[in-house]
Design a binder for this molecule. Structure first.
Ligand code: DAH
Length: 340
């Protein structure tokens, strides 16, 4: 009898783990533990055994019964989990449901313009240069011939850091970094972020974007500056516009000028955008001051160069008719979604 019970137990413990579904499991339960099962039959026979055999066989039977019950419970749990998962998967791939739209992001308008500017200058034979946003006073001011007393160096205009460095106030220091590293001919633009201690309003932001252009070679003249700038603004805003210069002062150029372009809104007739002047202010330019060339050990008798700096935010605003610079930095999706 002992052997019979062992075989029975083993059979149950082999068959239960490999059964495939709850229905099969239920028939196994009936087969091994049901009223008409062998186990039930053997249990009913215990009374007829000898006094010595009764506790041994009884124990064995009860233990086997418990073990089989436990196996069935464990298997049931596992099958239920599989069933739940299956029904979930079925729900997830319900092909009758309408598709979920895939949200596509887009480049910020500022960076769309940034890249367009780069493309134009690359096609004119320029290279793209970069410099750090955290600068030294030397690169931001001294090397650019900006004297100690210059108002731009004022604490109220420049963000100085505790370690004596500063947040660059313009992209012009990249001129120095490039010239220190390479010999002429130089033909670069350096787009990047700049910082000034300005109170934000519709046309000022403490963080803004500029790009610097620098060309140095033998025989570079003001005519090259004019020609380069003019072809750039035409490529950017269309053939109808052109540039003009107004005399100005910058420490690192001589002569210096401010750049205007013919108003892209009214073509010079006068409108709200150009405050009835017919012209839009775009930035600064000039011939690189010989002092700057000498600072980087270029022979200022041999080489001449021109430089200019324009605002990328300003260009973006003009291009898209944006009247408040702050909206470029607010991350408002209602604004940004218009540029997808
Ligand atoms: N760095 C000047 C500014 O932020 C702009 C500028 C003027 C850049 C003249 C130049 C330049 O390269 O030649 O106001």
């Amino acid at each position: 009898m002992k052997e019979e019970i062992q075989t029975l137990r083993q059979k149950a413990l082999e068959e239960i783990p490999i059964c495939k579904n709850l229905k099969e499991l239920e028939s196994l339960r009936i087969k091994f533990l049901g009223r008409k099962s062998k186990l039930s039959f053997l249990l009913s026979q215990i009374g007829q055994l000898s006094k010595e055999q009764r506790p041994v066989i009884g124990n064995l039977l009860n233990q086997s019964k418990k073990e089989i019950e436990k196996q069935i419970a464990v298997k049931k749990e596992a099958l239920l989990i599989v069933k739940q998962k299956k029904s979930k998967i079925k729900r997830e791939i319900d092909v009758t449901l309408p598709g979920r739209p895939v949200e596509v992001g887009a480049k910020h308008p500022l960076f769309q313009v940034w890249e367009e500017i780069e493309d134009i200058f690359i096609s004119l034979g320029f290279e793209i240069a970069e410099g750090p946003e955290i600068e030294t006073e030397y690169y931001n001011f001294d090397a650019l011939n900006t004297p100690e007393w210059h108002p731009a160096r004022n604490l109220s205009d420049t963000f100085y850091l505790k370690n004596g460095m500063l947040l660059r106030t313009e992209t012009s220091p990249v001129q120095i970094r490039v010239m220190e590293k390479y010999k002429p001919p130089i033909r670069i633009i350096a787009p990047g972020r700049c910082y000034r201690n300005d109170k934000p309003d519709a046309s000022h932001s403490p963080v803004f974007h500029q790009f610097e252009a620098l060309v140095v070679d033998v025989g570079i003249t003001f005519a090259d500056l004019k020609g380069t700038l003019d072809s750039f603004v035409k490529r950017l805003f269309g053939d109808k516009t052109h540039s003009r210069f107004r005399p100005h002062f910058f420490p690192f150029t001589e002569p210096s000028a401010e750049i205007d372009i013919l108003c892209i809104n009214c073509n010079g007739k006068g409108c709200k955008l150009c405050k009835n002047t017919g012209w839009l202010e775009m930035g600064g330019a000039g011939m690189v001051d010989p002092k700057v060339l000498e600072e980087v050990n270029y022979d200022s008798e041999k080489y001449t160069g021109f430089a200019f700096g324009l605002g990328i935010d300003r260009i973006t605003m003009l291009k898209y008719g944006i009247s408040d610079i702050r909206i470029l930095f607010r991350n408002d999706l209602r604004f940004l979604e218009q540029f997808v």
